[in-house]
Design a protein around this ligand. Structure first.
Ligand code: ADP
Ligand code: MG
Length: 310
């Protein structure tokens, strides 16, 4: 359905997107996961024809989007990272405005507004000005206006940043419903790995303008199948201890984690004795050592040596 080839964007002295290849099949839910500054929004802006690429190719159902933006514009819904609705209008008025902009009118428009308000859970609040909404409600109405024209492809740019957990889970459920029940194809951008893990059939991991890994979450985790992740809980953190861990030949990565350190080691290496030994000599009190199944965060860590939210 969507095919992106060798897409690049250079700003003055900064290459924001550096040769991105990705595709979406019809009906898929695909995640674009990466830390802040990875180049996700820039990539999405180019796919949505809001920003002209420095070079590369974007095709929608085989047609060249860069030469003929109208092959994608009418069937595309974009939820931008920044909220783009009118604060002084009510939810209803916003949807009415965007619906008319998409050419809807009369009964059709009214029915569509009612349907989408129900979907985003704002029916009871439709007469309130958006200015008075909570952050989560603003996010939901931001999504609502992008759905007025029944897009085939929905692109969402970090739609859950900075909102309460309840709105967040509401939005995630909604995206799943749009994808699974309405068959909408979704490109979902986030720096929260739990979200893409929950929502997406396939995931692209992006860093420094490049796609550094892609696949289903199982495939991505199998990158780490020859490795184990161990969580070492300590009474007090110690930079010397970290240094010693890093110096150990069987230890590949060490990062700070909640209550201690996360360590990636070669599989089946029995390091427990060594870890306790090192801790003892550094006078670090170990509270627990736990072997964990790898997460996408660990995959990112393995590939970049950094945490997603660094
Ligand atoms: P993400 O959405 O993954 O956080 P962005 O695509 O917003 O990343 O940004 C990627 C990089 O490009 C960042 O370093 C950002 O500062 C830079 N960048 C984005 N837009 C512009 C612009 N208009 N001019 C200059 N640099 C930009
Ligand atoms: Mg962004």
């Amino acid at each position: 359905m969507l095919q992106v080839e060798d897409l690049r964007k250079k700003f003055k002295n900064k290459t924001a997107v550096d040769g991105v290849n990705l595709f979406l099949d019809q009906g898929e839910s695909v995640g674009l996961l990466g830390p802040n500054g990875a180049g996700k929004s820039t990539t999405i802006s180019m796919i949505s024809t809001l920003l002209t690429p420095t070079s590369g190719d974007v095709r929608y159902k085989g047609s060249d989007v860069l030469k003929k933006p109208d092959v994608i514009r009418p069937v595309l819904g974009v939820v931008p990272q920044e909220i783009a609705i009118y604060e002084e209008l009510t939810a209803y008025e916003n949807m009415d405005f965007f619906g008319k902009a998409y050419g809807l009118s009369g009964k059709k428009l009214k029915n569509k507004i009612d349907e989408i308000l129900e979907l985003v859970g704002l029916t009871d609040r439709k007469k309130e000005k958006v200015r008075e909404y909570s952050g989560g409600m603003k996010r939901r109405i931001n999504i609502a206006v992008s759905l007025m024209h029944d897009p085939e492809l929905l692109i969402m740019d970090e739609p859950t940043v900075g909102i309460d957990p309840q709105s967040r889970s509401y939005i995630l459920d909604m995206v799943r419903q749009l994808n699974q029940e309405k068959g909408m194809t979704v490109l979902y951008t986030s720096h929260y790995m739990e979200e893409v893990e929950k929502l997406c059939d396939r995931i692209y991991i992006m860093d420094h303008g490049q796609i550094i890994a892609s696949g289903t979450k199982e495939e991505l985790k199998s990158i780490l199948s020859s490795e184990d992740t161990i969580l070492i809980e300590v009474q007090e953190k110690s930079s010397q201890f970290v240094e010693e861990l890093n110096n150990h030949s069987a230890i590949q990565q060490v990062v700070e984690a909640n209550g201690g350190y996360k360590v990636i080691i070669a599989k089946n290496k029995d390091l427990f004795a060594d870890i306790f030994e090192l801790a003892k000599s550094m006078k670090v009190k170990v509270r627990g050592v736990h072997v964990q199944t790898p997460t996408l965060e660990d995959v990112f860590l393995h590939l970049t040596g950094r945490k997603l939210r660094d």
